[in-house]
Design a protein around this ligand. Sequence first.
Ligand code: PAF
Length: 291
Amino acid sequence: MAASPPAIEVVADPAVLRAAVLAARADGRRVGFVPTMGALHAGHLALVARAAAECDLVAASIFVNPTQFGPGEDFERYPRPVVADLEALAGAGVRWVFAPPVAAIYPPGHATRIVVDGPAVGFEGAVRPGHFSGVATVVCRLLLAVPADAAYFGAKDWQQTLVVKRMVCDLGLPVEVVVCPTVREPDGLALSSRNAYLSAADRRRAVALQESLALAAEMWLTEAPLAVIEAAMRDRLEAGGVAVDYAAIVAADSLESVTAGSAAVALVAGRLGSTRLIDNRLLPPRGEAGR
Ligand code: PAF
């Protein structure tokens, strides 16, 4: 009879998990890591499935990171369905769940933060000052606790993936960053733990984000000027009742101005009631007509 795989292990101590991951890698096993803040949905589980397909062992983390929330944001009310999350990760074949207490990530007196410029500056970085410093700091700390071969992130947080890649490159962290496609509801709404905050009426309106991005993709192919497309994206969001933070098309790899021949990304963000949603869509490079 084949031996059953080892049960999921919940680890709170970074040193213990680091030793286990390094031992597995020394044994020739490829380890994948899926960092999360919990409140898991099918998007997270798609990251786990991709990691499981590409690696021998998968670690995931559940840590609601206080330093990436600004004052007045949803840190306190962020959903924490720990039992359901652990069941979902066990069912997905995860070997280790890193669930540290805050003091294991931010020891008393902690005074070190990572600040990323470049892709972290605009958009979410402008609307949520300090957010990406919190993300970069915690991802670096998580990667020290889980020294995996590869770490898996969702494309829904496109700007976050650029910030993490920049940080990993700049600090020479020995990990491959894998970006996985956004998972969507049947009406196109990108899965997000924050969708749970939406009232029934706002949930219906939330399709405006996806519609705004679909409109951008359609107009992009007509070579319409960027300013015209961006105005149309904003109009579509506002018509759907979204209080728009931004609606823009920028270079996909830098979030700077689009140049002829560069792949682009359409980014949207806004609020429905007290819920803030973001989404994006990659656009193919277009020719000299550019702007
Ligand atoms: O995308 C998230 O869930 C978080 O920003 C991350 C990467 C787990 C860091 O807290």
